[in-house]
Ligand binder design. Structure first.
Ligand code: PGA
Ligand code: ZN
Length: 419
């Protein structure tokens, strides 16, 4: 046992230039640091961030969350055994006392929980991935290379168009091949739309003024073919459909058209038969368990259906999804639920029910690379961490390259996709 001796916290910047928290945890024999990420297309059922409000930083300051870390959280955690992650996270939940972490702030609890995990791993002088699991596996990356929705001004309704380099033997081969495709894509965008449109969205992908999802997917096909990786590079989309859903008319506005739920369903089926799409995330708005289930069933053997805003990494919502067979996989984000233990329990629940898990970044990120270790440690075989560019994204991929080098872990390739 090694007791927590000190916890410190300060306000730092995230990748969008907004304030976020950095937390440091010191124990007698160890040290851990974590930074809280932040979403833009957040689900309405997520645990909530605590922001200061007011005029400064558009109300996005985190001094109140920092005060919670330095005050009640530090007081409760000092002297506890840093290795007892579950007890510490349980204490964070009861100290907060709300169903959505709104008192302490999920940004505060997430950064504390992850800093505790890093501190505990540092005591045993192993990487966090080793502390988290016995059967580490390098995950297949999902690289968001065309950004739409709330993450860019491209005008595309679908939020993310991703490369999935499933047909490679090693993680390093997969990630460098994806980087080559990314550069081909940049050249094609410049050729087709002009250099002025080689700007990037929040997750490092290009944001060309495509007219439709079909245009975006055709650009991806062209870039893959120009790089010589046809067949080895699959595609994934995150529709983030709540962002284009109209609850009054129960319809979806996609690339200038208005779709009923059935029409949107048929549109996805058509996309999946026209392009090598192996994964579709949040195809319908965030409470449509039944609509998810119909599409999952229709695309069995072709594409996995992933719940992000649908599940918000919350065990109770995942239970509903299991009963209704809504999705084949969970998108796991620690800050959607607020502690590492709760996120790991959500992953376990999915694995026990033969669902896949994709560990995920947020659109507002930092240099913290813990999600790389979490993905390897739980052996889920899939990670979504943005484009192969911009340091807040490459921090995760570079950590995976380092893990590959030091551990010789196997690469999942496409083996953990739940098709
Ligand atoms: P967010 O988007 O981090 O802005 O919520 C990521 C996603 O929808 O997967
Ligand atoms: Zn999503």
């Amino acid at each position: 046992m090694s007791a927590i001796t000190r916890i410190s916290a300060c306000q730092v910047l995230d990748s969008r230039g907004y304030p976020t928290l950095q937390v440091e945890v010191f124990s007698k024999k160890g040290y851990g640091k974590a930074l809280a990420p932040s979403g833009a297309s957040t689900g309405k059922h997520e645990a909530v961030e605590l922001r200061d409000g007011g005029k400064k930083f558009e109300g996005k300051g985190v001094q109140k969350a920092i005060a919670n870390v330095l005050g009640p959280i530090a007081k409760a955690l000092k002297g506890l055994d840093v290795q007892k992650q579950e007890e510490i996270d349980q204490l964070l939940c009861s100290l907060d006392g709300t169903p959505n972490k709104s008192r302490l702030g999920a940004n505060a609890t997430t950064a504390v929980s992850l800093a505790v995990a890093q501190c505990a791993a540092s005591e045993s002088k192993v990487g966090l991935y080793r502390a988290l699991g016995r059967r580490p596996l390098l995950p297949c990356p999902f690289l968001n290379v065309i950004n739409g929705g709330k993450h860019s001004g491209s005008g595309l309704s679908i939020q993310e168009f991703m490369l999935v380099p499933a047909g490679f033997a090693k993680f390093s081969d997969a990630i460098f091949a994806a980087a080559e495709v990314y550069h081909s894509l940049g050249r094609i965008v410049a050729r087709k739309y002009g250099k002025i449109f080689v700007g990037l969205g929040d997750e490092g992908g290009f944001a060309p003024p495509c007219k439709s999802a079909q245009d975006a997917l055709s650009l991806l096909e062209e870039a893959v073919s120009e790089s010589g990786y046809s067949g080895r590079m699959k595609f994934a989309i995150d529709a983030a459909a709540s962002s284009f859903y109209n609850p009054d008319s129960k319809s979806y506005a996609v690339d200038g058209k208005v779709f009923s739920c059935q029409e949107l369903h048929d549109f996805y089926v058509w996309l999946a038969s026209s392009y090598p799409i192996v994964s579709i995330e949040d195809p319908f708005e965030e409470d449509s368990f039944e609509d998810f289930a119909l599409l999952r069933k229709k695309l069995v053997g072709k594409a996995q259906i992933v719940g992000d805003d649908l599940f918000v990494t919350n065990a109770a919502r995942i239970e509903i999804g299991i009963k209704k067979r809504s999705a084949s996989a969970l998108l796991l984000k620690v800050n959607q639920v607020g502690t590492l233990t709760e996120a790991l329990q959500a992953a376990k629940l999915c694995h026990e029910n033969k669902m896949g898990v994709i560990v995920s970044h947020r659109s507002g990120e930092t240099e913290d690379s813990a999600i790389a270790d979490i993905a390897v440690g739980i052996g889920c075989g899939q990670i979504k961490a943005g484009a192969p560019a911009r340091s807040e994204r490459t921090a995760k991929y570079n950590r995976l390259l380092q893990i590959e080098q030091e551990s010789g872990c196997k690469f999942a390739g496409g083996s953990r996709l739940v098709l």
